[in-house]
Design a protein around this ligand. Structure first.
Ligand SMILES: Nc1ncnc2c1ncn2[C@@H]1O[C@H](COP(=O)(O)OP(=O)(O)OP(=O)(O)O)[C@@H](O)[C@H]1O
Length: 280
């Protein structure tokens, strides 16, 4: 059986101290985990700023190459993918959703054009009808429709709506994995749960696995199947999300939990349920 995504001793060094310096820092330090190809899941990567989450995301998307170790997708070493066709095929299967939906869309470009361009690029949708059908199907998946989005610009929509459109764009190529790097941190608190609930629907209905990168323990607890907690590039805790987040064992994760949720699991669940009600 092939893993969907597999990281073996993945390490990423960045040089520090200028051009002539031989010093480097480990942004990601010996990270190991795998996602099964048979069982879609939401896999959370939690950690404070600078813990290496985004660097991991960039390596999963093929935008950075590990300094050592191997990161493979569907049995293929991502760093070894060469050539335009192979690269496009990989990109279709592994799609990103970024933190800031206002930066993801140029304010001078109509939002539907992004969706049409993605349908053209990855599905080969060559005529307008095919592009519109693909865009509408993806928008319907995220609770919108092409008629609501057609001709509109990013400044006309809320952060939550824009992030839904970003997810719709990511869905057009029929990906197997979505790498979402802090996807709700720029979204209004009242809309966050509706976006993370959307990830659950994608997992259950489209069988897409989601890498959910966040520093928000509450949403990670609420939607994730498994979690790793990172500190200074290393994985310091990993396992079933509820177990890890309810019973952290490392001082850093205990402090992280204490800062976000009350230590009593029942009280923590109540807060999370309350946020969900607020989000409608
Ligand atoms: N291109 C780069 N060159 C040099 N150092 C880098 C580079 N990218 C990241 N780093 C460093 O690597 C470490 C990990 O950064 P990374 O962005 O992966 O962390 P993060 O957990 O995603 O943080 P944040 O939540 O703030 O984005 C940081 O110390 C950062 O300064």
């Amino acid at each position: 059986m092939t893993d969907l995504l597999r990281l073996d001793h993945v390490t990423k060094l960045f040089p520090v101290g200028g051009f002539f310096s031989r010093r480097s820092m480990k942004a990601v330090d010996d990270v190991n985990f795998a996602l099964s190809a048979d069982k879609p899941e939401i896999f959370a990567i939690v950690g404070e700023s600078g813990s290496g989450k985004s660097t991991l995301a960039k390596m999963m998307l093929g935008n950075e190459v590990p300094s050592s170790g191997q990161l493979s997708f569907d049995g293929t070493d991502v760093a070894a993918i060469r050539g335009r066709a192979a690269r496009e095929a990989f990109m279709a299967k592994v799609q990103p959703v970024f933190q800031n939906p206002f930066e993801a869309f140029n304010p001078l470009t109509k939002l539907d054009e992004y969706l049409f361009a993605t349908a053209h690029r990855f599905l080969g949708a060559s005529n307008r009808g095919a592009r519109e059908a693909a865009a509408d199907a993806a928008l319907q998946r995220v609770g919108l429709s092409l008629s609501e989005v057609r001709g509109r610009y990013s400044h006309e929509l809320s952060g939550g709506q824009l992030q839904r459109i970003a997810v719709a764009r990511a869905l057009i190529p029929n990906p197997k994995l979505i790498v979402a790097d802090e996807p709700v941190s720029m979204v209004d608190a009242s809309l966050r749960m509706s976006i993370v609930n959307l990830f659950r629907e994608l997992r259950d209905e489209l069988k897409v696995s989601i890498i959910y990168i966040t520093h928000d323990l509450a949403t990670a607890y609420y939607i994730s199947d498994r979690v790793i907690i990172m500190q200074k590039g290393k994985v310091i805790e990993s396992g079933d999300a509820r177990t890890v987040l309810e019973h952290p064992t490392q001082p850093y994760s205990i402090a992280l939990k204490g800062a976000v949720l009350p230590p009593d699991p029942a009280a923590a669940s109540a807060i999370i349920r309350q946020r969900q009600v607020v989000a409608g």
